[in-house]
Design a protein around this ligand. Structure first.
Ligand code: DC
Length: 226
């Protein structure tokens, strides 16, 4: 069977991971959350007394980091050196650290090799910032999800509050703006829409509507290439 790669990119809080999971379930493809890989690197560095803003500090630990993503019943489990860190990597501190380690070329190179290998072996839905533009330039389907930054912050706040995190809207908005800038302005593989990506703005869409819009775009595109 032909291997199909679906790339779903966009800024933090645009709904990438929820939508990607739904698409992967529908298509029976593997879901790869590349943000979780950057988060796992940041978590390792932070929990070993390192500095995520220092490439020297991060690079000195890179060889000690082994990341494995496993999918079970639609849920993704992230293993860092064999330990399940899935819930530990979702804090605001790790989000910021992930954005910082994402600016380091050696980190990107290590994760790029893993991401390309996985996508060459099976059909995947891979979400991130640079998947359509850099990691999988030949992906048959590329979606670029956007939404107004205040809406994205509101959605992320609801998620964090539900998980019991004690954060305010202003803190989440500040973090979103920091990450938008950091992720878009980095020198290597910044967040950007690939020329051949289909852009979907979810600002005025509910989650079910966003999922439907992406499903339709994916199916229409796959029909055309078959
Ligand atoms: O998708 P996310 O919010 O879990 O990603 C966390 C951070 O990881 C994001 O702010 C930047 C970095 N990242 C990246 O640089 N490239 C990717 N393909 C995915 C995430």
């Amino acid at each position: 069977m032909k291997i199909i790669n679906i790339a779903i990119d966009g800024p933090a809080g645009a709904g990438k991971s929820t939508i990607s999971k739904e698409i992967s379930k529908e298509m029976h493809y593997l879901y790869i959350d590349t943000g979780a890989m950057f988060r796992a690197v940041a978590y390792y560095v932070l929990s070993h007394g390192g500095d995520t803003e220092s490439s020297k500090s991060v690079n000195s630990m890179l060889d000690d980091i082994d990341i494995d993503l496993r999918q079970k019943d639609g849920a993704i489990t992230v293993y860092l050196n064999g330990e399940d860190v899935s819930s530990l990597i979702r804090t605001p501190e790790v989000s910021r650290g992930a954005s910082d380690v994402g600016t380091i070329p050696e980190v990107r190179e290590k994760l790029l090799q893993m991401q390309r290998k996985i996508a060459s072996e099976q059909s995947v839905v891979m979400d991130g910032r640079d998947i359509g533009s850099h990691v999988l330039p030949n992906a048959q389907v590329k979606i670029f999800l956007t939404a107004d930054v205040a809406i994205r912050a509101r959605r992320r706040l609801a998620e964090l509050v539900q998980k019991g995190e004690n954060v305010t809207f202003d803190e989440v908005l500040k973090d979103m703006k920091f990450r938008d800038k950091n992720d878009s302005e980095r020198a290597i593989a910044p967040l950007c829409k690939a020329d051949d990506a289909i852009e979907i703005d979810t600002t005025h869409l509910t989650l079910p509507q966003s999922i439907e819009a992406v499903k339709k775009a994916v199916k229409d595109k796959i029909k055309k290439i078959k």
